[in-house]
Write a protein that binds this ligand. Structure first.
Ligand SMILES: NC(=O)c1ccc[n+]([C@@H]2O[C@H](COP(=O)([O-])OP(=O)(O)OC[C@H]3O[C@@H](n4cnc5c(N)ncnc54)[C@H](OP(=O)(O)O)[C@@H]3O)[C@@H](O)[C@H]2O)c1
Length: 259
């Protein structure tokens, strides 16, 4: 898989990347069926397969239960990997809590550096809540991330957004934006187009509508070929599914190589 630049100054990342919600959290998720968290052995095998197929980015967050710590324990010391993590949301006792204060953001980044075993976090995003526009307009949360970037603790700064309005605002403010794109939800295409024009990075979340879409090849192929998209973050803890997803993306990319 040929790596792509995440925005004009970001790291080189694979067009397919790995989402880690299911690595560490079972409650309060929207997947169609319940599942058991993978064992350390299963997770190690999944990550080894992902590395073999050329995937080099894992997306995680403090809100994904034990995911961040498990990733750090298994691959934190492996230079092959780039990590994207987030700040602002915590998931405790079955519910989400949000805190975008500068103090909470600094504490969260410090904890992620320790959990992921990295001096420099490659990518940190605001894990925005429903009041995302107010948080972006107020500015202190993004300014705090940028201050940590300035200090050399973060590579690229971004936001995971929900609405087009907030997505466009985020494109104007930071290095990359994470948005939803799948056959059932094309609403964020204007954000992806704006990021492309401004040479900002785009990460795609929920490319299979959190497992509710079954035409894997069509969904992943369309996302990875969408102009402006840097990397499609697929959430899986199943090795066979991972292999299928890699094949689908490989075929989509090969289909345009010969043009
Ligand atoms: N920033 C945010 O606010 C936010 C929100 C949501 C998600 N995200 C990130 O984006 C990532 C992806 O989103 P997501 O996990 O919600 O949804 P998704 O990637 O659209 O779908 C994941 C679901 O699809 C299933 N799946 C994957 N490949 C499959 C295949 N080949 N065949 C059949 N089923 C397959 C997975 O089950 P198996 O495990 O059985 O394969 C899982 O249940 C997350 O893991 C997370 O890192 C971020």
């Amino acid at each position: 898989m040929e790596l792509r630049s995440l925005g004009s100054n970001g790291p080189m990342v694979s067009p397919l990347s790995l989402g880690s919600t299911k690595f560490g959290r079972r409650e309060g998720v929207k997947y169609p069926t319940d599942f058991a968290l993978p064992s350390d052995g299963q997770l190690a095998e999944l990550l080894a397969l992902a590395k073999d197929t050329g995937i080099n980015l894992v997306d995680t967050a403090p809100a994904y239960g034990t995911a961040e710590a498990r990733i750090g324990d298994l691959i934190g010391n492996d230079d092959h990997w780039r990590f994207a993590t987030k700040v602002g949301e915590e998931f405790v006792d079955g519910r989400s809590y949000y805190d975008f204060s500068p103090k909470a953001i600094r504490t969260s980044v410090e904890r992620s550096r320790q959990r992921l075993r990295r001096d420099i976090l490659d990518i940190v995003l605001l894990h925005l809540s429903d009041d995302e526009t107010a948080i972006l307009n107020e500015g202190a949360a993004m300014a705090t991330l940028m201050e940590l970037q300035e200090k050399g603790l973060i590579g690229s700064v971004g936001a995971s957004t929900k609405t087009v309005f907030a997505g466009l605002l985020a494109v104007s403010q930071c290095d990359l934006v994470m948005v939803t794109l799948n056959p059932a939800d094309q609403s964020q295409l204007p954000v992806i187009a704006a990021a492309r024009t401004s040479r900002k990075g785009i990460l795609i979340k929920k490319p299979l509508d959190s497992g509710h879409h079954s035409d894997i090849g069509a969904a992943l192929g369309a996302s990875v070929l969408q102009p402006g998209v840097t990397s499609v973050v697929i959430g899986t803890i199943d090795k066979d599914h991972l292999a299928q997803n890699c094949t689908a993306v490989g075929q989509a990319l090969a289909s345009i190589d010969g043009r």
